[in-house]
Design a protein around this ligand. Structure first.
Ligand code: AMP
Ligand code: MG
Length: 410
């Protein structure tokens, strides 16, 4: 039996990054950039005011105070979007709004709260306006410098990054209306089992509703891939083969159930018969031991276990990394931390355990505890979990208070 690390290595070895496609920026959230983005321009594109106030020369404000203000002549009004024509000379100021271009001759902005308008005075038939300044400015004060956020030519977002809202804002301000991202993999999902019925069918003795398709479908969506529901196949060779073939137009095929050692666990045999290159069967872990992985043509096939939690954890541990690699996402944002175990745990030697857990931060440390019964069919403890406690293969008994590895799920 292969261990978790070896299994993951085998999978990632055969995963290839998908080709890229150009999409409108507005659809970019959560997509993975397939190229480095270098800035085509400075952001901001010009020196501009960070405040509503007055553009001044700092030398004209020296020693200004509330009791002894400096009076400056206001020579123009500059709104955001205007191109100022005037240039400030000694003892002059310009009224300026946030985001407007700093006029020539000015080196700083004083905020409106530190000034007061003086009644306008008539001179030579012209209205002249003045303002009292109550504070000294420093050179550059309240001025946003050209390029202070992003310099032209700078590497702003490396390829392989999943685009966040802020990344999209940066790309918008750089004028990139379309971006190159990795294509999203298509993932087919097939439930198997004579006992498994559709969720709107009536339950009869011995049957249970198909939950795996729905959890897997949502896990696929969460990774940013495109799910395709192949429905349910009975434990009949022809039906299994026919339905699996319907998934061959996708990049990945997921089946659930039928991979254990039961008499009707046919998935592995059907896959082999279809020409799948089976890379491994069974992984030393709990839950999730019965797992088949192989390739057929250039498609990946995961025969996931049937038990609802097992299939979810196998997805988390093996399918999710494969999907992220296909999408070119080299930075996985899942966080693994050390946490203090709030209960003692015994386990079987030789298997890596993934326990459903609730982990929280308290008094400077993470504390973690299981969320209830860990049977591989018990979804309720999975729903209550925000994390998985990962216990190494070689351990048998882990005492309360010991530090363990925890992976957050979101
Ligand atoms: P199997 O490996 O096919 O024997 O399945 C293991 C367990 O998982 C059995 O108890 C099945 O009833 C259950 N199971 C299989 N497929 C599903 C499914 N799609 N939804 C919910 N439970 C399932
Ligand atoms: Mg079955």
């Amino acid at each position: 039996m292969i261990n978790v690390n070896e299994a993951l290595k085998v999978i990632l070895n055969v995963v290839k990054q998908l080709e890229s496609e150009k999409i409108p920026l507005i659809k970019g959230l959560g997509r993975v950039l397939s190229e480095d983005i270098h800035a085509g321009s400075d952001i901001p594109g010009f020196d501009n005011s960070a405040m509503d106030g007055y553009a001044v020369r700092f030398s004209d404000t020296i020693n200004a105070s509330k009791p002894k203000p400096k009076t400056l002549e206001v020579i123009c009004d500059i709104k955001a979007g205007d191109e100022p024509k005037a240039s400030l000379k000694e003892n002059q100021a310009a009224r300026i709004m946030t985001g407007a271009i700093i006029p020539k001759g000015s080196d700083s902005v004083i905020m409106v709260e530190d000034t007061e308008k003086v009644k306008s005075q008539k001179a030579k038939g012209k209205n002249r306006e003045f303002v009292e300044i109550f504070k000294e400015t420093k050179p550059g004060e309240n001025v946003r410098r050209k390029g202070e956020d992003i310099k032209k030519g700078e590497l702003v977002i490396p390829g392989g990054k999943e685009l966040s809202s802020a990344h999209i804002g940066i790309l918008a301000s750089l004028g990139m209306s379309r971006v190159n991202v990795c294509r999203r993999p298509r993932v087919a999902i097939l439930a198997t089992g004579d006992e498994v019925i559709e969720i709107d069918e009536e339950l009869t003795p011995g049957k249970l509703r198909n939950s795996n398709t729905y959890t897997l479908y949502s896990q696929v969506l969460k990774c940013g891939a495109i799910p395709k529901n192949l429905g349910i196949a009975k434990d009949k060779p022809q039906e299994l083969e026919k339905k699996i073939r319907e998934g061959l137009d996708c990049d990945i095929i997921l089946t659930s159930g039928g991979v254990s050692v039961g008499d009707y666990d046919l998935v592995k045999y059907i896959l082999a018969k279809m020409g799948t290159n089976i890379k491994f069967w069974q992984v030393a872990m709990r839950p999730g031991k019965p797992l088949v992985f192989g390739t057929i043509k250039n498609k990946l096939i995961f025969g996931l276990p049937g038990n609802p939690v097992s299939s979810m954890i196998s997805f988390e541990v093996f399918v999710r990394p494969a999907i992220l690699h296909m999408m070119g996402q080299i930075h996985d944002e899942r966080k693994e931390i050390d946490a203090v175990l709030e209960e003692g745990i015994t386990k079987k030697k030789g298997l890596r355990y993934f326990l459903r857990a609730y982990t929280h931060w308290k008094n400077g440390v993470y504390l973690t505890r299981t969320t209830g019964p860990q049977g591989s069919a018990i979804l309720k403890s999975m729903a209550a979990a925000n994390s998985l406690i990962i216990l190494p293969e070689e351990e048998e008994k882990i005492e309360k208070g010991v530090r363990v590895t925890v992976r957050f799920l979101d």
